[in-house]
Design a protein around this ligand. Structure first.
Ligand code: ADP
Length: 520
């Protein structure tokens, strides 16, 4: 039976999705592969189909326990013998499955990484004919990725112990060069055939909304624009999930909640209610969603700014799986940046990793402040060129806001940073520009600078907005330190000399205070 026939017989599809055929052919040829495809790109078929065609057993290593059961059920339905081993099984079931594996009953075995070093399993592996090890969510092996899982470090040793060496197939939706390099090295992939599949999701409408009243935005979205439709609202903390859920429920809206602090039972209930359309909207932390494949999610709101672009892309990518449109909105407020920084600092991590996390966060801050095409900015992050200046399907491309020339304000700010010798953070720069009598300003004699008080007619919020815009445009660099400092970049000179003009949306310069700041 040819490949196409297998595709149609087992999976019921007539054609391959982008990149699938290349990966499948290479796998069947005995070559290692690295599939970099966005969520929903169809990576499971890339290892399932060869697994069916190859003679021995395929081991799929996956961190997603909920997904294992779904996939195994789906395979069994197609008539492919498959099973999984993870911590959810009781002893008797576990033993029974081990026996089934020993007697070559299965074509595919899904296993959680922490099970790899169980002695019983390791002994068993020596007896088996293993044709392929497929590593799902392979970026979890990378310390630089956003989702490092220590047990992934066991995988290379595990593969080494299998003789003859099986085909190693790695899959991820993370395409940053550093992470890709680390996956290749750590998994010791042997000249892998790589396939990077387009990260563009044209049906997702990206936008960033700067509003002083986030709650009103959410309420309007649920009751008006997307009334009765399915959506996910992501929050940065469990506390925000709880308070927002309660406020929305008080309005009589059908809302579920999901976060890591809830009992496993309640989480499962929320997830099932959402997937089965009993409750169309879920308010959740980033604990929700890995492996969720609900096709008709019409809006994804980030009530707080996510920590990095990879996480954002994954979370927003849970919308519009059916190919129909989905609004992906970040509700931006400067308070969120502070909170995300605190969340980074809460973890005991190495200074290098902390620096990287701050850099990643900064990319997202830039994303929130850019006036350029948002889709282009996302693709740029993943190393893909958009091939256009404007996508005409994102908040920025469709924004008809009046633009005003802020070159003079920009010059004042840049020269103030220059006079402050590139040594202070955002709040100090703003304080000097507004002529604050703050003790520190006086102590450091910053009140003697010629730029002291030259923007005292501006509100704190509008100054912050302009400065962050200058950061997004690349004239100012925010250092990735615990106490970030503003520094001028080489291009700042062009604005200072008047060779380059700076424009910004008029209404954003009139931002008032952020009422949601008090909502944790
Ligand atoms: P990923 O694991 O990359 O997030 P999945 O493997 O879950 O994505 O696939 C996403 C969706 O695409 C699934 O609903 C799957 O059935 C579908 N799919 C996969 N391959 C094909 C194909 N060749 N033709 C049509 N649909 C496909």
């Amino acid at each position: 039976m040819g490949l196409k026939e297998k595709l149609s017989q087992y999976f019921g599809y007539d054609t391959f999705k982008d990149g699938q055929e290349k990966i499948i052919n290479a796998t069947l040829n005995g070559q290692d592969v690295l599939g970099i495809m966005p969520t929903g790109g169809g990576k499971s078929l890339c290892y399932q189909l060869p697994a069916i065609a190859m003679k021995g057993l395929t081991i799929v290593i996956s961190p997603l326990i909920s997904l294992m059961k779904d996939q195994v059920d789906a395979l069994e339905e197609m008539g492919v013998p498959a099973t999984f081993l993870n911590s959810s099984l009781d002893d008797a079931t576990y033993q029974k499955r081990i026996e089934g594996i020993r007697t070559n009953h299965y074509k595919l075995l899904y296993i959680a990484p922490e099970r790899l070093c169980a002695p019983l399993f390791l002994d068993l592996v020596q007896e088996l004919d293993i044709s392929m090890v497929a590593v799902d969510e392979a970026h979890c092996i990378s310390q630089w990725g956003h989702d490092f899982r220590p047990h992934y470090k066991e995988i290379p040793g595990f593969i080494k112990n299998i003789s003859p060496r099986p085909v190693v197939a790695a899959y991820t939706a993370t395409a940053t060069t550093k992470v890709i390099q680390e996956i290749k090295e750590l998994l010791a992939l042997q000249t892998p055939v790589e396939s990077i599949i387009g990260f563009d999701r044209p049906n997702l409408f990206y936008q960033v909304i700067k509003t002083g009243d986030k709650f009103a935005y959410v309420r309007n979205t649920i009751t008006k624009k997307f009334s009765g439709q399915s959506g996910i609202i992501y929050c940065a903390t469990r506390k925000t999930v709880e308070s927002l859920t309660e406020k929305l429920k008080n309005l009589g809206l059908p809302i579920g909640a999901y976060h890591g602090g809830m009992s496993a039972e309640n989480r499962e209930q929320s997830q099932q209610d959402f997937i089965n359309d009993r409750i169309p909207i879920i308010v959740a932390t980033n604990a929700f969603g890995m492996g969720i494949n609900k096709p008709d999610v019409r809006f994804i709101i980030h009530f707080n700014m996510p920590q990095n672009m990879e996480a954002y892309y994954q979370e927003a990518g849970r919308g519009g799986r059916d190919g129909e449109s989905c609004d992906c909105t970040i509700l931006y407020s400067p308070a969120d940046i502070v909170r995300q920084k605190q969340l980074i600092q809460l973890n005991q991590i190495s200074p290098e990793r902390e620096k990287l996390l701050f850099e990643n966060l900064q990319y997202l801050v830039d994303y929130c402040h850019t006036n350029d095409c948002l889709r282009k900015k996302i693709l740029q992050y993943f190393g893909e060129s958009a091939g256009y200046e404007r996508c005409d399907n994102c908040g920025n491309c469709l924004d008809k806001a009046e633009m005003v020339d802020i070159s003079l304000d920009a010059q004042k700010i840049l020269s103030c940073i220059y006079r402050m010798k590139n040594r202070y953070g955002l709040n100090m720069v703003i304080s000097v520009l507004r002529g604050s009598k703050n003790k520190k300003i006086i102590a450091f004699q910053l009140d003697k600078l010629s730029t002291y008080g030259i923007m005292k007619d501006h509100t704190l919020e509008s100054l912050r907005e302009i400065i962050m815009t200058l950061v997004a445009k690349g004239y100012i660099l925010v250092t990735a330190d615990e106490y970030p400092v503003l520094k001028l970049t080489a291009t700042a000179g062009k604005v200072l000399k008047g060779d380059e003009k700076v424009y910004h949306k008029k209404h954003l310069l009139e931002i008032k205070t952020d009422k949601t700041k008090t909502m944790a």
